[in-house]
Design a protein. Structure first.
Lengths: 411, 409
C-alpha cells in the first residue's frame, strides 16, 4: 500500500518554519512549537532553567493573568503537551480541530508576551527543584537520565530535568535573559498535523508573530564523554541498569541498517527478550532502543533485576550485543522489517505522533521524510547490509550506569 | 462505522466496529477475570496466567508464539487488573485475520510446568520492580487498606509469598474455571473483514466448554483507615487517598468522571490550582475508577515531607468547599471539553477504540458508539454533579502515605 500523505511547508517572514501533515481520517489537530531552548543550549551553571521557563511562561501572558490563561487553555479542551529535550523546549497539544485558531492566539501570547512575574518565578523554580528531588524515588527514570549525561559529549547529555544546586542559584533576571536569547523565532519550528487548513493557519501565524528576524541559536562546542561506569547507591529492591553504545546518526547512510539491527536485538521476539527474560528469567523489564540527537546517537538499553542477578544480566546483555554481528538469519531480518514498517504506519494514525515526527525530521535532517521513503529504505536493507554495517561499526563500547543496592563489574 | 455482533453457542461473544477509513486494525480478548476473583492462597494467579498465555499451546512453543506475532508486525501485549485480563494486538489490516487466529489458539494454553517455573522468576522481578516505584506501591497499599477484605483490595501482582507457593496445578484449575467462553469477549476495531473474523472464531473457539462463572459484586464503601509506611530509601512523601464511587454500570458514572476531572485533572483542576500551581505539591491528581458493581475515587499526591500537613489540610478544604458551595457552570464546561477532547483523540486510533468497545461490552453487554458517550457527557448538568457530591462524601477517605523515615519512627 502506498501512502498518500501530503507535506505542507511554509516559512514565515521572521524565519520560523511551519510544517504540516493533513490527515483525512481524524477530527483532531495536534500542534507544537519547537523553541531552541533545550537543556544543551543553555549557558553553563543553570541546568534545569528550561523546565522553569516551560512552567513560568504559562503563569500569565498577554492580557491574562495566571488563572485566566489556564482557564482559557482548558476551555478549548486542549490536551496539553510540554517537553524539554536536549535541543528544544516544545510546547503545544492536541484538540478538536475547530479550536485551533484560538489556541494559536494564546500560544502567541505565551511565546511573545509572557507575564514573567517574579512571584510566579519562585513557584516555577520550586516545582522544578521538586521534580529533580522526586527522581530519587524513581530510579528507573533517573538511571536513564544519568546514562544520557554520561554517554553524550557535554553538554548534549545534560539533564533535561535539572540539577538542584544550579536551580537554587538561578534568578528571575537571569532566566528572563535566557528566555530573551533563546526564544529565537527564526530558529523555531512549528508543526501541525491532523485536520486543519494550512493556508489559514499560515495567514494567522504571519499576523500573530512579528516579522523581523531574531539572532541567536549558535552551535555549541562539544566536550568529551564522561565516565564508562557510574554507580549510584540506593537501598531499593532492584539494581537498575542503563547501558548505551554509540551508533550512526539519522543522516548517516547506514541509519536504516542500524535500525533493523536494533530491531533484531530488541524488537518483539528479539535476542534480548528471548535470552535474558524468556530463557533465563533474569528480568521483567528489558529492552533496547535507538536514541538520537542531531549530532550523536546511540543504542540505549535498560534492564531492572534483583541484586543477585545483576552481574549475570549485564553480561548476558553485552553477550547479545556481541552475538548480533556473528550472524542474523533471513527470517530475523524479515520480522524486524515488518515490525518497523508496521510501527511506522500505526503511529501515522495519531495526529500528535505525526506533529512531533515531522518536527524532529526537519530539525535533524533538514527535511521531512515521507512514509513511503522510510518504508522503501527499510525494505532495501538485507542480511548482508546489516551484518556489513555491524562488522564495520561494531556496537561494543559501552557506557554503563547502575542504581541500586549493589555495584556490578564491567569486564 | 458499522457495529457487528455474534454470539457462539457456547456463549462467546464476538463484537466488531468496522471503520474502513482506518489504516490499521486492532483485536482483543477481554476476559472477565482478575485479582478480585482469586482466593488468598492463589493471589496473583490472574496476572501470572496472563504471562503464561504467551508460553504457547500443545502445538506452539513460546518461541514459535513470539515468531508468529512478529511475522505480522503486531504491536501486541496484555494487561491484568483487579477485574479484567485483556490481550490485544494492533496490526495493518491485512494481518488482522492471522493475528486473531493466533490469539484464539493462545486462549487454550499448554501451561507447562517448565515454563511455569521459569516465568515465576520473571513475576518475582516484576514484583521487585514495582517496589521501587513508590507512586505505584502507595496506590496498591491504599487499595488494600480501602477495600479492607472486599476482593477489590486484592493485589494484582500477588506477594512474593503467594507467588512462591503457587503451583501450576492451581493455575490450571483457575484457568479452567475463569477462561470460559461465556466469560470472555472477542472484540475488533478498525479496518477489517468481519465475516472472516467470525469464521476464524467459530472454527477455533466453538469447542470451548461453557462454565458456571461467578463473581462477588457487592459495593464497597471503604474502610476510611489512615496509615503511614516509612521506607529508608525514599525522599518524597507519596500520598494516596481513596473514597467510594459509583460502578461501571451506574448511569452516574459520567457525572463522576467529570467530577474527578474538576477536582483532580493534572492541569486546571482544583487540586492543580491549590496545590501544584502554588508549589505545595509537585503532583496532585484524582481519578474516578468505575468497577464492576462498585467504584472508587483515587488521588495521588507527591510532595515534600515538610508540606504534608498543609497539603492534606488544603485537600480537606477543597473537598469541604465542594460539599458546601458545589461547582460552577464554567468548571463543568471546561471539564466537559477536556473529557470530550481526550475521548475523541483516543478513539481516533483503532487500538484506543478497541479498549472502549471491549469494556463497554464487558460491563454493560451493550454497544456504545462514540456519539453515545459524547452525548452522555454533554447531558451531565451542574445539578447531577451536586447530587453526586452529596451522595458520595469524598471527604471521607482512606489515606495511605509512603515516605522517608522520620525522627522517632
Amino acid at each position: 500500500m502506498r501512502m498518500t500523505e501530503r507535506a505542507d511547508k511554509y516559512t514565515l517572514s521572521n524565519g520560523m518554519v511551519m510544517l504540516g501533515e493533513p490527515m483525512d481520517a481524524v477530527g483532531s489537530v495536534a500542534f507544537g512549537f519547537m523553541l531552541p531552548a533545550g537543556a544543551a543550549r543553555l549557558p553553563d551553571g543553570c541546568c534545569g532553567a528550561s523546565n522553569v521557563i516551560a512552567d513560568w511562561i504559562f503563569r500569565g501572558a498577554g492580557e491574562r493573568d495566571n488563572r485566566q490563561l489556564g482557564d482559557a487553555l482548558d476551555g478549548l479542551g486542549l490536551v496539553r503537551g510540554r517537553s524539554v529535550g536536549s535541543s528544544h523546549l516544545t510546547i503545544g497539544g492536541a484538540l478538536e480541530a475547530g479550536n485551533l485558531t484560538p489556541a494559536l492566539d494564546l500560544y502567541a501570547d505565551i511565546i511573545l508576551r509572557p507575564g514573567l512575574n517574579e512571584e510566579q518565578f519562585e513557584l516555577a523554580r520550586q516545582l522544578a527543584v521538586d521534580e529533580v528531588l522526586s527522581l530519587d524515588d524513581d530510579p528507573r527514570q533517573k538511571v536513564m537520565l544519568k546514562l544520557r549525561e554520561q554517554f553524550y559529549p557535554s553538554p548534549l547529555g545534560r539533564s533535561t530535568v535539572g540539577e538542584v544546586s544550579e536551580l537554587k542559584l538561578v534568578t528571575a533576571e537571569a532566566t528572563k535573559q535566557i528566555l530573551k536569547d533563546r526564544f529565537n523565532l527564526s530558529a523555531t519550528i512549528f508543526t501541525v498535523a491532523g485536520k486543519y487548513d494550512f493556508e489559514r493557519v499560515c495567514r494567522r501565524m504571519e499576523g500573530l508573530f512579528e516579522s523581523e528576524q531574531r539572532q541567536g541559536g549558535e552551535p555549541e562546542t562539544l566536550g568529551s564523554k564522561q565516565g564508562k561506569y557510574t554507580h549510584i547507591e540506593n537501598d531499593g529492591a532492584q539494581v537498575h541498569i542503563g547501558l548505551m553504545t554509540e551508533t550512526v546518526r539519522p543522516a548517516d547512510e547506514n541509519y536504516y541498517n542500524a535500525r533493523v539491527a536494533i530491531s533484531v536485538l530488541s524488537g518483539g521476539m528479539s535476542a534480548l527478550f528471548t535470552e535474558v527474560r524468556e530463557k533465563r528469567g533474569l528480568c521483567y523489564a528489558i529492552g533496547a532502543r535507538y536514541h538520537s540527537l542531531k549530532d550523536a546517537a546511540g543504542v540505549m538499553c535498560y534492564a531492572g533485576t534483583t541484586p543477585d542477578k545483576a552481574q549475570e544480566t549485564l553480561e548476558c546483555i553485552i553477550g547479545e550485543f556481541h552475538r548480533l554481528r556473528e550472524g542474523i538469519s533471513e527470517e530475523e531480518i524479515a520480522r524486524a522489517k515488518v515490525g518497523l514498517k508496521s510501527a511506522l504506519i500505526l503511529h501515522s494514525e495519531s495526529s500528535s505522533s505525526r506533529a512531533s515526527a515531522i518536527g524532529s525530521d526537519y530539525y535533524i535532517l533538514g527535511r521531512v521524510r515521507s512514509l513511503d521513503e522510510i518504508k522503501d529504505e527499510i525494505e532495501a536493507t538485507s542480511v548482508e547490509s546489516v551484518l556489513g554495517f555491524l562488522r564495520a561499526d561494531p556496537l561494543d563500547d559501552f557506557t554503563v550506569v547502575t542504581i541500586g543496592p549493589r555495584q556490578i563489574t564491567l569486564t | 462505522m458499522e457495529f457487528k455482533t455474534k454470539t457462539l453457542e457456547n456463549g462467546l461473544v464476538l463484537i466488531g466496529e468496522v471503520n474502513t477509513s482506518a489504516k490499521s486494525a486492532a483485536v482483543g480478548f477481554f476476559v472477565k477475570t482478575g485479582s478480585r476473583d482469586e482466593a488468598a492462597q492463589i493471589n496473583g494467579v490472574s496476572h501470572f496466567l496472563e504471562h503464561m498465555l504467551f508460553k504457547g499451546t500443545e502445538k506452539l512453543s513460546a518461541l514459535e508464539v513470539n515468531e508468529a506475532f512478529d511475522r505480522t508486525g503486531a504491536q501486541f501485549n496484555a494487561f491484568t487488573s483487579e477485574e479484567n485480563t485483556v490481550y490485544y494486538a494492533a496490526v495493518l489490516p491485512e494481518y488482522l485475520a492471522e493475528v486473531t487466529g493466533l490469539w484464539t489458539e493462545l486462549m487454550r494454553p499448554a501451561l507447562r510446568d517448565g515454563d511455569f517455573d521459569i516465568e515465576k522468576n520473571v513475576i518475582r522481578e516484576e514484583i521487585a520492580m514495582y517496589k521501587d516505584l513508590p507512586s505505584f506501591d502507595v496506590m496498591e497499599r491504599c487499595r488494600t487498606l480501602h477495600f479492607d477484605g472486599h476482593p477489590c483490595g486484592n493485589s494484582v501482582l500477588g506477594s512474593e509469598e503467594s507467588i512462591d507457593s503457587l503451583m501450576a496445578e492451581q493455575m490450571r484449575d483457575y484457568f479452567a474455571r475463569r477462561y470460559a467462553p461465556n466469560n470472555m469477549v472477542l472484540a475488533c476495531a478498525g479496518h477489517f473483514d468481519w465475516d472472516e473474523i467470525c469464521s476464524i472464531a467459530t472454527e477455533s473457539c466453538s469447542t470451548w466448554q461453557r462454565q458456571n462463572v461467578e463473581r462477588r459484586r457487592e459495593h464497597c464503601e471503604g474502610s476510611k483507615g489512615k496509615e503511614r509506611v516509612a521506607k529508608a530509601n525514599l525522599v518524597r512523601e507519596h500520598v494516596c487517598l481513596m473514597s467510594a464511587g459509583v460502578s461501571a454500570q451506574d448511569p452516574r458514572r459520567f457525572a463522576a468522571s467529570l467530577l474527578g476531572m474538576i477536582i483532580g485533572d493534572d492541569v486546571g483542576s482544583r487540586f492543580f490550582w491549590e496545590l501544584v500551581d502554588k508549589a505545595l505539591a509537585e503532583a496532585a491528581t484524582m481519578q474516578f475508577g468505575p468497577m464492576d458493581g462498585t467504584g472508587a475515587f483515587c488521588s495521588y499526591i507527591r510532595c515534600s515531607h515538610e508540606n504534608v500537613v498543609k497539603v492534606l489540610d488544603t485537600v480537606r478544604g477543597i473537598l469541604d468547599s465542594l460539599g458546601k458551595n458545589g461547582i460552577t457552570k464554567e468548571e463543568l464546561n471546561t471539564a466537559r471539553n477536556k473529557v470530550l477532547s481526550s475521548l475523541v483523540i483516543k478513539n481516533e486510533l483503532p487500538m484506543g477504540r478497541l479498549v472502549d468497545l471491549g469494556f463497554n461490552w464487558t460491563y454493560l453487554e451493550q454497544y456504545r458508539a462514540i456519539e453515545d458517550d459524547v452525548r452522555a457527557i454533554k447531558d451531565v448538568t451542574v445539578d447531577d454533579v451536586h447530587t453526586l457530591i452529596e451522595q458520595l462524601r469524598l471527604g471521607d477517605f482512606t489515606q495511605l502515605s509512603l515516605g522517608p523515615e522520620r525522627n522517632g519512627q
